[in-house]
Ligand binder design. Structure first.
Ligand code: INI
Length: 168
């Protein structure tokens, strides 16, 4: 069975969401943003603040700066393989950095960064025959923000129960 990013809880009401978009390959990343906006509407998000950075390499720092103010971050970019090893550095550091921000801050960061061999493959994933990864990234962010919220509620009630036990 194929996992669908829309299987989870896609109700964004009450969540503060930020979308960070890389301008590099902007014809693709603007399509990812269109998909992200559609998902925000469908999930009934009340916030979906949009911030721009020059390229995918800059997504992690922007996400880290935004994390304290949001329940989840959606990072959008398009890294397309060229003739030099530059692709590997930019794509690798974007992925590593975004995961690091999520793990260090506890704020989910959805990886809506296309890493493709060709421009056509990017087009196909930005509203083409393979869907829109910007849309998927928003739904992932919403699901993860809900998971974080319910896990902190659960640990809160566990703490209360322990305190009650101690008080006897
Ligand atoms: N940035 C991208 O978002 N996608 C790319 O494909 C890309 N390539 O191929 O070079 C790219 N480079 C710019 C990079 O993200 C930084 O903005 C730049 O290196 C300055 O730090």
């Amino acid at each position: 069975m194929q996992w669908s990013p829309t299987d989870g809880h896609n109700d964004a009401r009450g969540l503060r969401l930020a979308v960070v978009v890389a301008r590099f390959n902007s014809d693709i990343t603007e399509k990812l943003l269109e998909g992200a906006r559609q998902a925000l509407r469908e999930a009934r998000a009340e916030t979906g603040d949009v911030f721009y950075v020059p390229g995918a390499f800059e997504l992690p720092l922007a996400s880290k700066l935004l994390a304290p103010r949001y329940d989840a971050i959606v990072a959008l970019g398009a890294v397309i393989r060229g003739d030099t090893p530059h692709f590997d550095y930019v794509a690798g550091e974007a992925a590593r950095g975004l995961q690091q921000v999520a793990l260090e801050t506890g704020v989910p960061v959805a990886f809506g960064v296309l890493t493709t061999n060709t421009y056509e493959q990017a087009v196909e994933r930005a509203g083409g025959k393979h869907g829109n990864k910007g849309y998927d990234a928003v739904m992932t962010a919403v699901e993860m923000a809900r998971l974080v919220a319910s896990s902190s509620q659960a640990s809160g009630s566990k703490k209360d129960a322990l305190q009650m036990e101690t008080r006897g």
